[in-house]
Write a protein that binds this ligand. Structure first.
Ligand SMILES: Nc1nc2c(c(=O)[nH]1)N[C@H]1C(S)=C(S)[C@@H](COP(=O)(O)O)O[C@H]1N2
Ligand SMILES: [Mo]
Length: 413
């Protein structure tokens, strides 16, 4: 299995130059000088499928070094996110070759009583299997909405998915190894490599407190939607932690350390996946000690039907639909407005198929006259917290934007 498109020195691999040549319809004379993260203008976003194997051609391209592509909301309409519509957020270069037979997951760390390695067959044969649908949303989803802008991928709405994951419970494996009393955190390590090419440097190694790791839904998964995990989403093995920033769900999983301190791998410290403890003014500098690690994701919703920009006939009832999720909590209410929030209508809301899965909502709305409308959706969690209409508290890295999703609709007679 090969997915990396750049070689270690940062040059496009021959095979990729080949496909780009095909896509632009001409020899790219200076391909070797193409800067990192730059896709030739002659390649349209819709041609991405040819170079991002298995991904839908209409995913939105943000960066190709590393690969970051998001899903437009109308492509998230399925109740279970299909593999080709699952966003990709890579921090480094995915492993180029996967030796399935010899793939090992090692559990170690200061707070592990033993250190053990398991093949994927060992995991399959020695532990009970579980399947859960789990919402994975990047902590930076919605970053594009902040001003002053925050550096990083400018995600709009689509860095979220809810696939059905199958594997073993993380807690069953941790218990098999033995967890010492003083365990505080777990940290994952994947087989992807750092963008710089440095062999011993990991692009990302995050984790969760031991209490979150011990939840029933925390999985070490080998399947997504009853098939192999897609290459870009962590094949052949992945940690899956629903409801928390998706950065805690380690792809290409090779090792989990049981730590006696808060895990301190790359992107656990500094300002990564951290927000100010107290609210700050937009653009304000925040001292490092005033940040806290993001844990549960906030309540949020998407309108997945219709697609923004839809043109509809007068006197037709429109059946809207979408999903809503609330981190560790359940969503208790979804409302929609077609008059810029002056009035709200309560939607029908389904229960989650399991804890930490998104919930589906639908509503029928009528439009009284021809013209331009917006549909706004707002979810409320089981503790009574709602999504803000406007962009929530600014933070230096642009995390946790859970403002209401809006779409435009035109009614023509
Ligand atoms: N090994 C590894 N795991 C990783 C990442 C990564 O770059 N490498 N990215 C993380 C981040 S920041 C996110 S948002 C999710 C994205 O998951 P997806 O690409 O399967 O949608 O994977 C997380 N797990
Ligand atoms: Mo992320």
């Amino acid at each position: 299995m090969s997915s990396g498109v750049w070689n270690r020195r940062g040059f496009l691999k021959k095979s990729v130059v080949g496909s780009l040549t095909y896509l632009v319809g001409a020899n790219i004379v200076h391909a070797a000088s193409l800067p990192k993260g730059v896709l030739p203008l002659g390649v349209s976003e819709s041609q991405l499928e040819d170079i991002l194997p298995g991904k839908h051609k209409d995913l939105i391209f943000l960066n190709n070094r590393p690969w970051n592509v998001e899903t437009p909301p109308h492509l998230l309409d399925d109740k279970v996110t299909p593999a080709d519509k699952m966003f990709v957020r890579n921090n480094g270069i995915p492993p180029e070759t996967i030796d399935l037979k010899n793939w090992k997951l090692t559990i170690d760390g200061e707070s592990a009583i033993n250190s053990k390695s398991y093949s994927i067959d060992d995991l399959k044969n020695n532990f009970k299997h579980y399947s859960y649908q789990l919402t994975l949303e990047c902590g930076g989803n919605g970053r594009a909405g902040y001003y002053p802008p925050a550096s990083g991928n400018q995600w709009t709405e689509g860095a979220v998915s809810c696939g059905k994951w199958t594997g073993v419970r993380l807690k069953d494996v941790l218990k098999d190894v033995g967890v010492k009393e003083d365990a505080v955190y777990i940290g994952y390590y994947g087989k992807d490599t750092h963008i710089s090419g440095a062999p011993d440097k990991k692009p990302i190694s995050r984790g969760v407190p031991i209490s979150k790791a011990m939840e029933d839904e925390a999985l070490i998964a080998w399947a997504m939607n009853d098939e192999d995990i897609p290459a870009m989403n962590g094949y052949p093995l992945r940690l899956v932690i629903g409801g928390w920033p998706a950065s805690t769900s380690g792809k290409w999983l090779e090792r989990i350390s049981i730590r006696n301190i808060v895990h301190d791998g790359p992107k656990m410290t500094g300002t990564s996946y951290r927000v100010p403890k107290n609210s700050v003014a937009p653009g304000e500098k925040v001292a490092e000690e005033d940040f806290k690690i993001i844990e549960t994701m906030p309540v949020k919703s998407l309108i997945t039907y219709p697609k923004t920009g839809a043109v509809l006939g007068l006197n037709k009832t429109l059946k809207l639909r979408g999903h809503a999720w609330a981190g560790d909590l359940e969503v208790s209410k979804v409302q929609v407005s077609t008059d810029f929030g002056a009035t709200w209508k309560v939607c029908q809301l389904e229960k989650p198929v399991n804890r930490l899965a998104w919930q589906h909502w639908s509503a029928e709305v009528d439009f009284p006259k021809e013209g331009y409308y917006e549909v706004w959706a707002k979810a409320t969690d089981s503790e009574g917290k709602s999504q803000p209409m406007v962009i929530p508290g600014w933070n230096p890295k642009g995390y946790l934007n859970n403002s209401c999703h809006r779409i435009a609709v035109k009614i023509e007679g």
